[in-house]
Write a protein that binds this ligand. Structure first.
Ligand SMILES: Cc1cc2nc3c(=O)[nH]c(=O)nc-3n(C[C@H](O)[C@H](O)[C@H](O)COP(=O)(O)OP(=O)(O)OC[C@H]3O[C@@H](n4cnc5c(N)ncnc54)[C@H](O)[C@@H]3O)c2cc1C
Length: 428
């Protein structure tokens, strides 16, 4: 692929900066709920189930957890990370150079096929002629899965393949998906007619449509058309690797938020499952030291998956330092201002970036900080843009996890953190 394959649009995001993106006025999404992450389920013949299965219509985390684990999550660490049996820092001893990190996810999909544990794997490839446009595929061979290594950092309608699974009589399936896809899949699991399902989850947050991804890159990179890999790193900066191998870095504090405001879909800003808590195994990076992957084994199926890969893994150490609580007052203060403000002056940004890097939370504490901030930001987003949805889409664990900040919340936003008595949770 050459740089000319990508024609970044510099004129602006797919919608006006103050409009909510990906509402059902978008042609392909007509008739869908007002919060839609285009998970693909509504492209399938099961779409009539959507009102009972979509996380953005009614969050069913509690019921699904009860079914998967025989219990619901406890407040505290499980409130942030979900229920897990084991947590690791791990990486492939022989990393796949095409992978997003070391290639644990695609290696798992490939091994499942090699060992005849599944008939097919739903995974996300790049659309022909593009580097990053998500195109979900139903892979039947290990090679097909391995060819999908690397993030396509935009919304992927992976569940549109449900009909292909049913048409091909597939009974043993693995799915690689984000939290919204996994919620949908779990809620509809009984209707899929599968004998075996392996769910490999990746953490996810603030995803964007493909056109908005192109726009985003024009705003953050000096050479958007040559970016071949990018990741939001644990050192408070975005790393962008280019075709010639050099890595461009941009501190989070240097993001031009006034130009980015509005590109994130309303669904992603109403998501409360960063850690993909309903998967069998979650494989990300955020809670692990730089260079390692962060793994949460959640179910007995997840244990089977991890053990399958263990001979190929190096196991590292999960560490943590810093205190996430220190940053919360400033974060709330920033959230209380209207979105899309101009950046602070350069010397202040430099100082903040240095302080974040040297004194900010690290390791698992970094993961806790990020998850709590996203829970808080998204709760406020739902409250301001979709207040009637709060009782349906905000699960109870959000309030429980944020409870230590309740007083600060009330002082900053002038309303209680807790759900009002007139709006009981639909989680039951
Ligand atoms: C949009 C997005 C946001 C993410 N945000 C975070 C985060 O905040 N914190 C964190 O710890 N991890 C996050 N991840 C996960 C992380 O970047 C890696 O994908 C993960 O750690 C697996 O790395 P790997 O080397 O094992 O994957 P690889 O072996 O390279 O495989 C990547 C897998 O991801 C799948 N995939 C690629 N793009 C998509 C997509 N758009 N939708 C669904 N599946 C896709 C592919 O099908 C493939 O199976 C995010 C991933 C995506 C796609």
């Amino acid at each position: 692929m050459t740089s000319t394959d990508i024609a970044p649009m510099e004129e602006g995001p797919s919608k006006g900066l103050d409009q909510i993106s990906l509402l059902s006025s978008d042609e392909r999404l007509k008739g869908r709920p007002r919060l839609c992450s285009d998970c693909g389920f509504c492209d399938s013949s099961l779409k009539l189930l959507m009102s009972q299965t979509c996380t953005f219509v009614r969050n069913q985390t509690r019921g699904i957890e009860q079914r998967l684990h025989g219990r619901t999550r406890q407040a505290g660490e499980e409130g942030r990370f979900g229920i897990y049996r084991a947590m690791y820092a791990a990486r492939m001893a022989r990393p796949n150079p095409n992978a997003q990190w070391t290639g644990m996810v695609t290696a798992l999909g490939a091994r499942l096929l090699e060992q005849d544990k599944v008939d097919a794997v739903i995974t996300t490839a790049a659309a022909p002629g593009t580097r990053f446009k998500a195109q979900p595929i139903l892979a039947h061979t290990p090679q097909e899965v391995l060819a999908t290594a690397g993030n396509k950092p935009c919304l992927s309608p992976a569940l549109s393949l449900i009909d292909a699974v049913r048409d091909q009589g597939i009974k043993r399936l693995a799915v690689v998906g984000t939290g919204c896809q996994v919620h949908q899949l779990r809620a509809a699991e009984a209707e899929l007619g599968l004998e075996r399902l392996y769910v490999i989850g990746i953490p996810c947050s603030d995803n964007v449509s493909y056109t908005d991804l192109e726009y985003f890159l024009t705003q953050v990179s000096k050479s958007p058309e040559t970016v071949v890999h990018h990741e939001f790193m644990q050192d408070f900066s975005l790393w962008m690797r280019h075709e010639d191998g050099h890595v461009e870095r941009l501190n989070y504090i240097d993001f031009p938020m006034d130009k980015l405001h509005g590109i994130f879909p309303s669904s992603c800003l109403s998501c409360f499952d960063y850690a993909n808590t309903l998967s069998d195994i979650t494989i990300g990076y955020m809670g692990a030291p730089l260079g390692w992957q962060w793994v949460m084994v959640r179910t007995s199926t997840g244990e089977e998956l991890f053990e399958m890969l263990r001979p190929e893994l190096e196991i590292g150490e999960l560490t943590e330092s810093g205190d996430r609580n220190r940053g919360m007052p400033r974060y709330m203060e920033r959230l209380s201002h209207p979105p899309g403000q101009k950046r602070p002056p350069m010397p202040i940004r430099k100082l903040v970036a240095m302080l974040q890097r040297t004194r900010g939370p690290k390791g698992l504490e970094f993961a806790r900080a990020v998850i709590e901030m996203k829970l808080l930001r998204n709760l406020n987003y739902v409250r301001s843009k979709f207040p009637k949805f709060e009782s349906r889409v905000v699960p109870d664990h959000v309030y429980e996890t944020l409870a230590p900040y309740a007083e600060l919340y009330e002082q900053t936003f002038g309303r209680p953190l807790a759900r009002t008595a007139t709006e009981p949770s639909s989680e039951g």
